[in-house]
Design a protein around this ligand. Structure first.
Ligand code: GLV
Ligand code: GLV
Length: 332
């Protein structure tokens, strides 16, 4: 009885713009009819426009440009479930105007991304990638030398956290294990974190002047675009490091490359860039005082599976007539 009934149920059609780790795909397949873009890279916009036309839902990545034109093409579209915490690739106003719900995958990657910030911080302070290249390239000739590959201490230093949201706060907890002092800037004061770790809310200028390590953990918006430029870099200590795992355009890359080249700051560690993949003529590639990784903040097996499960949960809730657990709202 149940069996003959179930064949009559039409599963909602979901356009998925890239193959997710299998666990997530399996859950999606169980509940939905999947239209999967099999390309290794993002589908071209024309392809998204075409495929979205008869989709009830879409699973998007941060490399998919979901602008007003794409959204208008989604005639049946009810929900866009983004496989990321950031959603600056989606025109939220356009979605809201058409009554389309947008969701993201927040808590799933908080700890993992915070881990990466710390890995980058340690890597640039102790020159790990540079030292690894040194060994591999056969340059290690003297067994032990008093001044070989000298970096800087991490413990006891001041960490400046720009954007004290989920990821930023976790960073403060990690830094406590290294006896670091934390300065943060954010619109909101976080009393609990201030009590539990040695954290103090300050203005950006003070954070820039006082910190030994500065980590950017803000979303990309019109307020944060280019917020770290020549003027802000000039305020940093010449011994300080900048770590960016948020979005490339938060930093003026030209100004940063210049500051690194002229040794106006000690170094930078970057997971995100203006253009991804990083163009082969990027000035960063010629510099030793910068650590470069390919946008891997959330890249662990466990977290990418959790993100897949969250995407599925949001879609399942929506099509069951419930509120999806992770909606994102357009900022006024
Ligand atoms: C990654 O950058 C994300 O926003 O999830
Ligand atoms: C370093 O290897 C030391 O023994 O100080």
């Amino acid at each position: 009885m149940l069996q003959s009934y179930s064949v009559l149920i039409v599963k909602p059609k979901v356009f998925v713009t890239r193959r997710l780790p299998e666990k997530g795909m399996a859950t999606l397949r169980e509940h939905f009819e999947i239209d999967l873009w099999e390309g290794e890279d993002a589908p071209p916009k024309a392809e998204i426009v075409k495929r979205i036309a008869d989709a009830d839902a879409m699973v998007s990545l941060l490399t998919d440009p979901i602008d007003a034109e794409v959204i208008a093409a989604g005639k049946k579209l009810g929900i866009i479930a983004q496989y990321a915490v950031g959603y600056n690739n989606i025109d939220l106003q356009a979605a809201a105007q058409r009554g389309i719900i947008v969701t993201n995958t927040p808590e799933a990657l908080t700890q993992t991304t915070s881990d990466l910030v710390f890995a980058l911080l340690m890597a640039i302070a102790r020159r790990i990638p540079e030292a690894d290249r040194y060994v591999r390239n056969g340059k290690w000739k003297v067994a032990w030398a008093p001044e070989l590959m000298l970096g800087q201490d991490v413990h006891g230093k001041t960490l400046g956290i720009v954007g004290f949201g989920r990821i930023g706060v976790q960073l403060a907890y990690r830094s406590a294990g290294f006896g670091m002092k934390v300065l943060y800037c954010d619109n909101q004061k976080n009393e609990q974190a201030e009590k539990e770790v040695n954290a103090k809310k300050v203005e950006l200028d003070e954070l820039l002047r006082e910190s030994d390590f500065i980590s950017l953990n803000v979303p990309l918006s019109e307020h944060t675009r280019g917020m770290i430029s020549e003027k802000q870099l000039a305020m940093m200590k010449p011994t300080a490091y900048l770590i960016n795992t948020s979005r490339g355009p938060v930093v003026d890359e030209k100004a940063l490359a210049e500051a690194l080249k002229m040794k106006k700051i000690a170094g930078a560690a970057l997971d995100v860039f203006d253009k991804e993949p990083l163009p082969s003529d990027s000035p960063f590639l010629k510099l030793d005082n910068v650590v470069l990784v390919p946008h891997i903040g959330s890249a662990t097996r466990e977290t990418r599976e959790r993100m897949g499960a969250m995407v599925a949960d949001n879609l399942i809730a929506f099509f069951a007539g419930r509120n999806p657990p992770n909606p994102v709202a357009a900022k006024k």
